[in-house]
Ligand binder design. Structure first.
Ligand SMILES: Nc1ncnc2c1ncn2[C@@H]1O[C@H](COP(=O)(O)OP(=O)(O)OP(=O)(O)O)[C@@H](O)[C@H]1O
Ligand SMILES: [Mg+2]
Length: 434
């Protein structure tokens, strides 16, 4: 058992919240246990469980039993390491069934705008016609417009007759969401919230200045490449592309005629995404299959297999950035994270393709024993899920909204000021599920 230096009192005695993020990825399933650190914005990493993922393809679960088993094992490891019993988790969702759009809500007959008016207009914005197999995952207010005055972040107190809101609405396929619930619940856990993975990753790796200046986050995992774009501190666009590092491994496997696990190993050890990035060419041996002799391959040959696929991923991401209409607003350039950002040459290739400033995003402001291990782009989503849980712990917008709906605008308890702090960070949570 991991010898943690935390006593029960140290964790619970001072009322520190413990949050568990569960990242059900295509390559790995990981459970991360954390609590707020001593300094603002710091996270104490208490436990980590990581298991190879076998029942997930391109972001969605295709083998329930395998996934349940992997979740149980990841959680068991995290519990053992942290000495904390895990009951509920914040889970990530991705896959190309996720869609997002900007919607508009309008209400009139106002005088001085009150908090309830804000909820009413947001409710309008989320009343979109959805096919029966889809549901809303997030509704993120972007700006309010009061009698034509735009770019208002918090409209409470403004005088006006008519208020509009622009919101970023993320929807997903109900069945995919249900599968997440089924797996997590079968693993004996409660789903606290489901969060879009690029939103989670952006919380872990982007800082407020980058979001203010304008930045695109690209999380290249095993099965999906997730994009989130921020401008003026607000989340403006999200998108998920169903191709990522696993395709690179497939190409190596097919191109060199080797087993998938050998292709994965070779990619990590000798792979490079950018030909001019190979300073010194080197030979290495690829294992032969079914008794065949090993073969000698050069880094250059390997790179010629990898680079076209990485180019394709970046070109697809570039097309999405173009589609967002925000390309000209990315003053802080592009931040790349996820396991595939560890591939040598990724930064240089991205720089050539996007023609802008590129940074590799790593989760930061982590403390205690496991921090160095978790400061890795592989854990961006998991760290983001935990941060999301901590930042939203007292602000369950959905519950709040239900109260407003029930009482027809009265009986609200929480402070909207705080809600807007969250909105300004671009991580509002209007979960409408379960
Ligand atoms: N050192 C490395 N060099 C190159 N590639 C790497 C390295 N480490 C991990 N990868 C690649 O990163 C990918 C896994 O990344 P990550 O753990 O972020 O994915 P995931 O979260 O499981 O999947 P997804 O988010 O797509 O569902 C794999 O394709 C793996 O080959
Ligand atoms: Mg991932």
């Amino acid at each position: 058992m991991f010898n943690t230096k935390y006593t029960h009192d140290e964790i619970h005695g001072n009322d520190r919240k413990i949050v568990v993020g569960l990242d059900i990825g295509t390559s790995k399933i990981c459970a991360l246990v954390a609590t707020p650190g001593d300094n603002p914005d710091e996270l104490n990493i208490l436990g980590l469980g990581i298991v190879e993922s076998k029942g997930v393809a391109r972001g969605f679960i295709n083998n329930l039993e395998q996934t349940v088993r992997s979740i149980k094992e990841a959680v068991r490891q995290a519990e053992q390491q942290s000495g904390i019993q895990i009951n509920e988790v914040i889970v990530g969702i991705a896959g190309d069934h996720v869609e997002s759009e900007t919607t508009r809500g309008i209400i009139g007959n106002l005088n001085e705008i009150e908090e309830d008016d804000v909820f009413r207009v947001i409710k309008e914005a989320r009343s979109i016609a959805l096919p029966p197999d889809r549901r809303i995952l997030h509704v993120i207010p972007q700006e309010f417009i009061v009698d034509g005055q735009d770019q208002i972040i918090d409209p409470v107190g403004f005088r006006g007759h008519r208020m509009e809101v622009l919101t970023h609405v993320v929807t997903c396929k109900t069945s995919f969401l249900d599968t997440i619930y089924i797996c997590v619940e079968r693993a004996g856990l409660k789903v606290k919230e489901v969060v879009l993975e690029p939103i989670a990753s952006s919380i872990a790796v982007l800082d407020e200045d980058e979001k203010e200046v304008g930045v695109a986050l690209i999380d290249i995992g095993g099965g999906t490449t997730d994009i989130a774009i921020f401008e003026k501190g607000i989340l403006r666009f999200t998108s998920i592309i169903a191709i990522a590092g696993k395709k690179v491994t497939d190409d190596i496997q097919n191109g060199l005629g080797i087993l998938a696990r050998d292709a994965e190993k070779i990619k990590k050890e000798y792979g490079c995404a950018y030909l001019p990035g190979i300073n010194r060419d080197e030979d290495f041996m690829t294992p032969g299959i079914a008794g065949r002799a090993p073969r000698e391959i050069t880094k250059t040959v390997l790179c010629k297999v990898i680079q076209p696929r990485m180019e394709e991923i970046f070109e697809l991401a570039s097309a999405e950035i173009e589609r967002s209409g925000l390309k000209a607003s990315l003053g802080a350039g592009i931040v790349i994270t996820g396991g595939s950002s560890l591939l040598h040459g990724t930064e240089d290739l991205a720089s050539e393709i996007f023609g802008t400033q590129i940074k590799i995003g790593v989760p930061s402001r982590l403390t205690y024993g496991l921090a160095p291990e978790v400061e890795n782009p592989i854990y961006s989503t998991a760290v983001g899920l935990v941060r999301y849980g901590l930042e939203n712990q007292d602000e369950n917008y959905n519950e709040h909204l239900k109260k407003v709906e029930k009482s027809n605008g009265t009986g609200r308890k929480k402070s909207l000021k705080d809600l807007f702090n969250i909105v300004q960070k671009g991580i509002d949570n209007l979960l409408l599920i379960k």
